[in-house]
Design a protein around this ligand. Structure first.
Ligand code: 13P
Ligand code: SF4
Length: 299
């Protein structure tokens, strides 16, 4: 029996659903019931109503799934799959900021821990950040966390001032304007699509800054045929599979999120065999942390 057969068998036995982020290895995306960006996966986790959800992504995403599906067993196939940006906002520090700044509204990018979410007013993803910020009165003081790049890009785009936390994604922060200039020379006419976690000067130099789901949608609907992709390389799998007639060039081959790549076929099988690691959060934390996610989904 192949490992894929084993996974299928265990999946059927536990009545499990496999959700996968657009950045995980292609072979994991291929066995998933649903692939998506963090917003799409949050919505799916809420709607899927499966007794067991195998979450192929990083810890904060699996935590979000658990918050939205508290009655399901949510499995993270590799306990070490974290997000360095999420870890750049410490819950204690966020709670202290909140206490010292009672007139500030705290907006947390979903790339944050459940403990941080418990201390904020509303969440956003890169797919709905504009909608979330536009729902807040312009005169309201806002602290955006943890991503200074996504926050800074929204300060420019929406022309609203916000205080920014000091976090960033170590992968997207590596994207440079010079590589965009070189890639445009190598592939004249190709559309440059990057993720809004890139730095402000990169956003100014690209054609469109979009969430991973936004990039997939843009390419699907575009009549253009060549694209330079400035985000984590895992997305190329879906882009190529879904658009066989179009060409994709990775902006920088080193755009690899090692945490997303920690999910393997072996640990997907093993987590279903051992029913571990199950995401477990204290009940009071669950109650406080789901509130800003629900506020986001209610918009
Ligand atoms: P998306 O919301 O676009 O899926 O991005 C999540 C992420 O972690 C980007 O680095
Ligand atoms: Fe976190 Fe960046 Fe990896 Fe996304 S790509 S999970 S933000 S480290």
């Amino acid at each position: 029996m192949t490992i894929i057969d084993e996974i299928r068998q265990l999946k059927a036995q536990h009545n499990a659903v496999i959700l996968a982020h657009n950045y995980v290895n292609g072979e994991i995306q291929d066995i998933a019931d649903f692939c998506g960006d963090s917003l799409e996966l949050s919505i799916k986790a809420k709607d899927v109503k499966a007794p067991v959800i195998v979450f192929c992504g990083v810890r904060f995403m699996a935590e979000t799934a658990k918050l939205l599906s508290p009655d399901s067993i949510v499995l993270l196939p590799n306990s070490d799959a974290g997000c360095p940006m999420a870890d750049m906002a410490d819950a204690g520090e966020v709670a202290a900021f909140r206490k010292e700044n009672p007139d500030s509204l705290l907006v947390a990018y979903v790339n944050s821990t459940a403990a941080v979410k418990a201390n904020v007013d509303i969440c956003c993803t890169s797919g709905n950040v504009e909608k979330v910020l536009n729902s807040i009165p312009a005169e309201k003081k806002v602290m955006f966390l943890p991503d200074r790049n996504l926050g800074g890009n929204m300060v420019n785009k929406l022309e609203r001032s916000m205080e920014l936390w000091r976090g960033y994604c170590p992968i997207h922060n590596k994207v440079t304007v010079e590589t965009i200039t070189e890639a445009r020379k190598a592939h004249p006419g190709a559309v440059v699509l990057v993720h809004p976690e890139c730095q402000v000067d990169v956003i100014a130099a690209c054609d469109h800054a979009l969430s991973t789901g936004g990039i997939l949608k843009y390419v699907r609907e575009s009549t253009e045929t060549e694209f330079i992709i400035g985000t984590e390389c895992g997305i190329l799998h879906r882009l190529r599979k879904e658009n066989p007639g179009k060409k994709f060039y990775s902006l920088q081959p080193e755009l690899v999120c090692v945490d997303m790549k920690k999910i393997t076929l072996e640990n997907v099988r093993d987590c279903l065999k051992n029913m571990s690691e199950q995401i477990e959060l204290p009940e009071d934390l669950m109650k406080s942390a789901v509130r800003p996610i629900e506020a986001m989904l209610a918009l």
